[in-house]
Structures are given as C-alpha cells and as structure tokens.
Write a protein that binds this ligand. Sequence first.
Ligand code: PLP
Length: 483
Amino acid sequence: MSSEHHESLGADMGSEEFRAALQRVGEWVAAYRERVGGMPVLSRVRPGEVGAGIPDAAPREGEPVEAWLADLDRLVVPGLTHWNHPGFMAYFGISGSGPGILGELVAAAFNVNGMLWKTSPALTEVEQAVLRWLASALGLPSDWFAMIADTASTSTLVALAAAREAAGVAVRERGLAGSRPLVMYCSEEAHSSVDKAGIVLGVGLENVRRIPSDSDFRMRVDLLDAAIRDDLAVGRMPFAVVATVGTTSATAVDPVPAIADACRRHGLWLHVDAAYAGSAAIAPEFRWLLEGCERADSLVTNPHKWLFTPIDCSVLYTRRPEVFRAALSLVPEYLRTDVGEVVDLMDYSFQLGRRFRALKLWWVFRHFGVDGIAERIREHCRLARTLAEWIDAEPGMERLAPVTTSVVCFRLRPHGVDDEGELERANRAALDAVNASGEVFLSHTKLKGRFCLRAAIGNLQTGETQVRRAFELTRGAAGAGLV
Ligand code: PLP
C-alpha cells in the first residue's frame, strides 16, 4: 500500500465515522441498561452455542458498526448471564454503574499505561488521590500506600509475596530451596484465592492452615494461636495470617483485633481480605467491620464488588510499601527514569503495565458522593434484613447464618425432614427451579457441611420487588426435589 493510499484510507477509524459509531454504540449501551431487567438473568445457551455462531475466520474486509451490534443482539446478549440485572443475587451482587461505565470508556480512549509515573503522571496521581478518598471514606489510615490491581486474587498474592519477604526468606535471590517450610493461616471460610496464593508462592496447600471457625463462621483465634505454636515447635516458619472481613459464603467477620494481637505476639504479617464487605464501612453504622484493620500490614477491598465500579478494580492498601518494593522492585535499563521522587507503580507489584482504573472509581465517587454510596449500601443491607425476616417467619424455611451485611444464607427445611442428604437434594432442585424462572439468580454454598442458598444483594437496580420474588420463588419450589 502506498503511503498516499494509506493516508486517504485513514489508519484508524476516521473522526466522523468514530463520532457516529460512538453515538450508535452509546445508544445501544443505554438501551441495554434499560431492557436488561426484562431478560432472563441466567443465560440459557448450551455449551458451544455462542462460539458456533461466530464464523471460523475473521472478515477479509471491514464491516460496519451496525453489523457488530447486530451480533451483540443475536449472539452475545443471549449468551450473557446479566450481572447488571436487578434480579442478580448470586455470588456477590455487583453494579456496572453509569459513571463507572463512562469512566471505562474514557480510560480506553486514553489507552495509557501507568507502569511508571512518567508514562502517565495523571494515572499515578489520580489513583493515589482517589485511593486516599476511599481510605478516608472507609475510616482507614490516611497515610497508607495504595494501588489498584485487577482482582483481589492478585492483591492478596502480592501482599503475601511481601509478607514472605518480611519473614526474611531470601527467596528473591535463591528461591525457596533450603528454607524452612513456610506456613500461613486463614479461616476455613477464607476465599480460595488465599490457597491459590499459597500455590503460586511455593508455600504449598499443605502449609496453608485453615483454622476452624466458630458457630458464626468467624476464625477461632485460640485455635490460630495453637496452630502457630505447633508449627514453631516443629521448626516450620509461620509468616502470615489472612483475616477475612466478609467471608465469601456468609460474610462473616473474623475477629481482626484478636488476630492482630496473635500476629504481633508471633511477629507475623497480617493481611485482611475485605474484598466484598469492606465497602460497607463507608456507612458509619458499618465502620465496626474494619475495627482493628488499622493494625494490618495490608488490606484488600474490591470496588468492583460493592462500590458500583465495573469489573475489574481491586485496591490494595499497605502501611509497609517499602517491603513490597524490597520484594518486587526490579528496574531494567529501559525502564529507568530520572524524574526524581515519584511513585512508579511497577515497583510495588509483579505486573508492569496497568490500566487507568482509577478513573471509573473517581467518577463513581463524583456522581454518587460518599453519602450517596453509603445510602445505597444501607439500602442493600436493609433489603437483606427484610429477606431474613421473611425467612425467619416462614415455617418451611431456615436461615443458616447471621446477616452481617447484604448476604442471606438460607434453605428450605420442610417439616419432618432432617436428613442432610435429602435436604441438599431438595434445595438443589429448588435452586434450579428458582434460577430457571429467569427472574432472579441465586447461588449456593455449604456452611459447616450444610447446603444452602445464598442471596447477595449488591446491584443498584435490585429492589424489594426482586428480593420478594426470590423469596416467593424459593417458597414455591418447596418439595421440588423431595421424593
Ligand atoms: N476474597 C473474597 C472474600 C471473595 O469473596 C472473593 C471473590 O468473591 C475474592 C477474594 C476474590 O476476588 P477476585 O475475583 O477479585 O479475585
């Protein structure tokens, strides 16, 4: 292609065409948000169905935006489980809010990489400033260092890499060969991302001690202490404890102040996983959730879970950034800069490149305001308590965990049925029936071995109507799996 020809074609989409496409896609997105509540929340496609609708080869010639959008309607939307649906109450309810979606769009337009301060000063400085806003809104120390990662799994992995460094293992230079076996601790209710960090960091699953929880699913600190002592007695090397504020199954809150005491006694790193429930501390009546967390070495919370920020956006706080640097900073010649005292975010993690994720969080704060966010979180918690009241008043149902924030764990318990196997079959069948309705989507878990349904209220569109439907559909499915 001659350079003249290239210029006349335009290397990228032309300006006028882009404007028109932006408008068209913008309208499509706005319409999707309006109609999503009328679609089945859980996708009904069969495995392979979406892929089969896509041609084997990319088009030789470009196609117009209308054709791309037609495929969204024809192929993609039916293959979506709609996390932005008002009836979505599975796993953790999340929201791709209006301001968050707009922030994503602008971040893509900038397409900057914030590996170094110099590679986009605004990315680093907006990120640092917005994370100070978040710390202040949550009541966390204002002088903590913070950075954004994709997920809590990454944040926890990086935090535990720092913890390993703090323990004095020369893993950076020599690897793990010859070191005493490293051991870390979390409750039996901790998220699987802690185990995965154990796998990646060479700790090994056998050395991720899962400490039993009490009747409310909170870590037993007496057993934590005993486990640490046992490991020390046989020459192992305890190095970190992960406390969870808002466990995945029941949003239980581990006793962080007592865990911090144990960490101090034994000189261990305390990492707090507040991926979901941390956001609730924005509402003053939920500040207690983060009690003792100011004593943590690191803490993760995910705005993409309950802070109305589109996935992905996970925030890692630490009061010991120098340990992260010691663990992970590595500056090859081609990344050296001479701009003086600045934060180069690549120095604090294993990832080099990073997106401008702070922008969407910034706009979430600017649209809703701290009080507006607190009000919405408060409402989600009120809805959860209301659902719990309906369940408690219903003879054929029971709740299996306290409601700390916006998650309710419950099951059908038909009169006279005590056999756990039979209850599990009945509740699995009821869950399938509820989800087949397309109106709501609930997920499940097991608590102390007992199967239960989980309703997690966290989407901005979810109101009492959907919560009531979830209750009624479950009640109506009673007997579905009973023989
Ligand atoms: N921690 C807790 C308590 C969670 O519930 C989850 C996911 O639900 C995670 C960590 C992992 O989150 P991510 O998907 O951001 O890695």
